[in-house]
Design a binder for this molecule. Structure first.
Ligand code: PLP
Length: 426
């Protein structure tokens, strides 16, 4: 019997060379984006660089496969190999986080949250979540988001004095609102979250507890941030932020919620899972189980501390006075500018950040008082505390003179030079 021609994947023609020939326009834009990533200091707190292994899994033939259902129980034939991949992702996530049940199919963090709400809530139910303006996420009940349209969200925030979560105020609100669900987790909060305290509040008012650990999942995996899983009914996360995997989402839950969660993801919200992305999640979860990932996560925190020290010493105000995790919120108004000018000037110097509202900000979201700065991506590229201090000094110089084109051009050149020694993986 003759075999149909199929080269082993590692001996197949280079897919990148094929793309270049087949579609030069798309290839060229990708190539420019690769160059941009190499030559810029990436401080957006939600971004990271995946390994070459994750990238290969992402760009694999698994994108061709339909596999509605779960491993071993699909609505399509030919799923025997994608079943292996999805089961590996599930088993690794369970092991990494000590979760009773995991669904790895959510296409991203936002649909993971919507599916979790569908599993836990009825339309119109009351939910408490962190206000967007204090660091929460759009999917935590913003008026213009599906979450805010379907459920009755009540926002809590940080204390005006400490700029940290005020658990007494959260308890007071819970006693008043009597929510079905208390939701915690943030996109712009530089401190640890006390999940045990939130569980106590939830128990007192007979509410469920859900945590969205999208930003901190990598720190939780490394046991460098308090672990929400023991306290929560359901935990959602992205897989591409500090966890450093393929772009996507994941839901972890207690066994009693397993069926409802699985049904909410499919057929409740989504159709076929993205198996190539799930392969990328599996590879990344395998990486996160290695001892080297713990070192990486510790470096994220150490690097952020070094940068925060420098920024603080230069007279920029850090929200809550500092950070325990991978990000800081920097008030740039002491330098007489707002977040929009800061973001733009740093961008011209080759340093990418995002402008961000600060808690109780009196400025508008298109030009808020602050910027959000994170260390996960550059830590992946191997930068250490010395480099983070140097970057902070460049940032201070730019923010002091955002109109000085010559200064900014000279810093941009130094940025490129520093980064030559730290290639982007893949
Ligand atoms: C990033 C983020 C999300 C959304 O993830 P996407 O993959 O962008 O949909 C949800 N919740 C929190 C807290 C986040 O930071």
């Amino acid at each position: 019997m003759t075999q149909s021609p199929l080269l082993p994947w590692d001996q197949s023609p280079d897919p990148r060379a094929i793309l270049k020939e087949a579609d030069p326009a798309v290839f060229e834009a990708i190539e420019k984006e690769r160059r941009r990533q190499q030559d810029h200091i990436e401080l957006i707190a939600s971004e990271n660089y995946v390994s070459a292994a994750v990238l290969a899994a992402d760009g694999s033939a698994l994108t061709n496969k339909y596999a509605e259902g779960l491993p071993g129980a699909r609505y399509y034939g030919g799923c025997e190999y994608v079943d292996i991949v999805e089961q590996l992702a599930i088993d690794r996530a369970k092991k990494l986080f000590g979760a009773e049940h995991v669904n790895v199919q959510p296409h991203a963090g936002a649909p993971a949250n919507i599916a979790a709400y569908m599993a836990l809530l009825q339309p119109g139910d009351k939910v408490m979540g962190m206000k967007l303006s204090h660091g929460g996420h759009l999917t935590h009940g913003a008026k213009f988001n599906l979450s805010g349209k379907i459920y009755e969200f009540h926002g809590y925030g940080v204390s005006p004095q400490t700029e940290m979560l005020d658990y007494d105020a959260i308890r007071d609100l819970a006693l008043e609102v009597r929510p079905r669900l208390i939701l915690a987790g943030a996109s712009a909060y530089p401190r640890k979250i006390d999940f045990k305290a939130l569980r106590q509040i939830a128990d007192e008012v007979d509410a469920l507890l859900m945590v969205d650990m999208a930003h901190i999942a990598g720190l939780v995996a490394a046991r460098l941030h308090p672990d929400p899983i023991p306290y929560c009914d359901v935990v959602t996360t992205t897989t591409h932020k500090t966890l450093r995997g393929a772009r996507g989402g994941m839901i972890l839950c207690k066994a009693e919620w397993a069926r409802k969660v699985d049904k909410a993801v499919f057929p409740g919200l989504q159709g076929g899972p993205l198996l190539h992305q799930i392969a990328g999640k599996a590879v990344a979860l395998g990486e996160a189980l290695q001892p080297s990932f713990k070192v990486y996560a510790q470096n994220i925190i150490d690097n952020m501390q070094a940068m925060a020290d420098e920024l603080n010493a230069a007279g920029l105000r850090l929200v809550s006075g500092g950070t325990d995790n991978h990000l800081v919120l920097v008030d740039v108004t002491p330098f007489g500018i707002g977040g929009a000018i800061a973001e733009d000037a740093l961008g011209r110097a080759g340093i990418t950040v995002n402008k961000n509202l600060l808690p109780y900000d009196t400025r508008k979201s298109m030009d808020p008082s602050g910027i959000r700065v994170g260390s996960p991506a550059m830590t992946t590229r191997g930068l250490g505390q010395e480099e983070f201090r140097q970057i902070a000094r460049w940032m201070v110089a730019v923010l002091r003179k955002p109109d000085d084109g010559e200064l900014i051009a000279s810093i941009a050149a130094q940025v490129k030079e520093m980064l030559a020694a730290f290639p982007v993986p893949g």
